[in-house]
Design a protein around this ligand. Structure first.
Ligand code: ZN
Length: 444
């Protein structure tokens, strides 16, 4: 038994949109995709507008959604922002984090996100002791994604040091398992299930020493799981790493065995030519988070050079200063224009591929992010009658949506064959009310 959907315009990976495409869905997957169907056949659901594959939000810390609008103004830096983030992290428990994560993941669903990479390091109780279920918060995040209707890759992060050679202090004790072996033993207790994968993460070279990084990398390799790490977000991280180990964070992670086709370097902002060659030559993913990087004054990463060297780009909303997958995608091109004084670094199809297929692959979902038979049936439809998009043609639809579209224009979202957003509303949750309640509870 299959369901049929007729898309007025759809992106199938090329330079422009195809008109009149009939898509059949069986269970969680696309069964067939037929172009050139001028009008909807009887029984097919009509999807007016432009339909894209689902987006992957490849780097998220769900709890940081509660910082939106609380940390943006004034001076300060990544490091002063981190102090505010620590204050929030100290107040969360499995119940309050579940509510906040469910609301945040539902906001992602409304924006067209079908899979999130949740980079998870808030593991333990405030005094650093384990909960009776040592994965209580990780399980809460997986359950939250399920209720929000999106897939999750829980990237469970090893975090051992407050800085290179320093013990974890204060709220950082919630992040630490004490050793990479104890991290691995805990993560073994997290089971994959339909819609949820479990991957590994090395928080950063600040928080994980080279020996521990090698243990985490080996854990991921043995199980063929995604492995992510924050890499060179800040010049100070590079200086500390060079001072302590005589090599860059990328070189250190390469020696630890982390780089490769399952690896995602998050940010990858301040890289040497050798770093770019290592990431590109190993076919690693580089997950850019432009709306966070601009908020924290991190800098603009060498996206063009990375993709030219062979790295695959993915995108994340990271701190959730904004949850707008298309803003992350267009920023990769537009920020590079500002940095270089020239245009045309990434073509629209490449930017959309980062937001969809390559992002999903970086999270261990290689069968998602494209509209083709056998792929997971994720569809995001943009309403071209909105004030932002009115006036588009078939020829201009891709560029209009990519450069001017917004989460507010998303009318329908299907994730693995299930309709999660209908007429611009979440099918199960009042997302604004959930966000208000979850964030308000943490501020009381
Ligand atoms: Zn991050």
């Amino acid at each position: 038994m299959s369901d049929a959907y007729w898309c007025e315009l759809v992106w199938l990976g090329g330079e422009s949109a195809e008109a009149g495409v009939l898509v059949e869905v069986e269970g969680e997957h696309f069964a067939s995709v037929s172009a050139g169907t001028a009008s909807p056949p009887e029984g097919a659901t009509r999807l007016p507008g432009l339909t894209l594959p689902g987006f992957a939000n490849a780097h998220s810390h769900a709890f940081q959604r509660a910082l939106r609008g609380r940390t943006q103004r004034g001076e300060g830096s990544f490091w002063s922002w981190r102090e505010q983030m620590y204050g929030l992290a100290a107040r969360l428990d499995p119940e309050s984090y579940f509510a906040l994560a469910r609301a945040t993941f539902a906001e992602m669903a409304l924006a067209g996100v079908s899979a999130v990479g949740e980079f998870h390091y808030l593991h333990h109780a405030p005094d650093g002791s384990r909960y009776s279920n040592p994965n209580a918060i990780g399980e809460a995040l997986i359950a939250a994604a399920g209720e929000a209707g999106i897939r999750i890759t829980l990237l469970d992060a090893c975090y051992l040091h407050g800085g290179i050679g320093e013990p974890p202090e204060g709220v950082q004790r919630r992040f630490s398992d004490g050793s990479a072996e104890a991290w691995a033993e805990r993560v073994e207790g997290l089971e994959e299930r339909p819609g949820a994968r479990v991957g590994a993460a090395i928080h950063s070279v600040r928080a994980v020493d080279p020996e521990a990084a090698a243990i985490v990398a080996a854990w991921g390799a043995k199980r063929d799981r995604p492995l992510h790490a924050h890499v060179s977000e800040q010049p100070a991280e590079n200086e500390a790493c060079l001072g302590a180990y005589g090599r860059t964070p990328t070189a250190l992670l390469a020696e630890a065995g982390a780089l490769g086709e399952r690896f995602g370097a998050v940010h990858a902002t301040h890289l040497t030519d050798e770093d770019v060659a290592l990431l590109g030559g190993s076919r690693s993913f580089c997950c850019l988070c432009p709306t966070t990087e601009r908020d924290l004054a991190d800098g603009i990463g060498p996206a063009r050079r990375l993709s030219a060297a062979g790295a695959r780009l993915a995108l994340g909303s990271d701190s959730h200063a904004l949850i707008e997958p298309l803003e992350e995608a267009r920023a990769v091109e537009l920020d590079e224009r500002l940095a270089t004084g020239s245009r045309g670094h990434h073509d629209p199809a490449a930017l959309l591929r980062a937001a969809t297929e390559d992002g999903h692959a970086s999270l261990g979902w290689p069968d998602a992010g494209r509209i083709s038979p056998g792929a997971l049936a994720d569809l995001v439809t943009f309403n071209l009658a909105s004030v932002r998009l009115a006036g588009v043609t078939r020829e201009s639809a891709i560029d209009s949506v990519l450069f001017a579209g917004s989460a507010a224009d998303v009318s329908e979202v299907m994730i693995a064959g299930r309709q999660v957003v209908v007429d611009g509303a979440h099918s199960a949750l009042d997302v604004a009310a959930e966000l208000r309640g979850a964030i308000g509870a943490l501020e009381r």
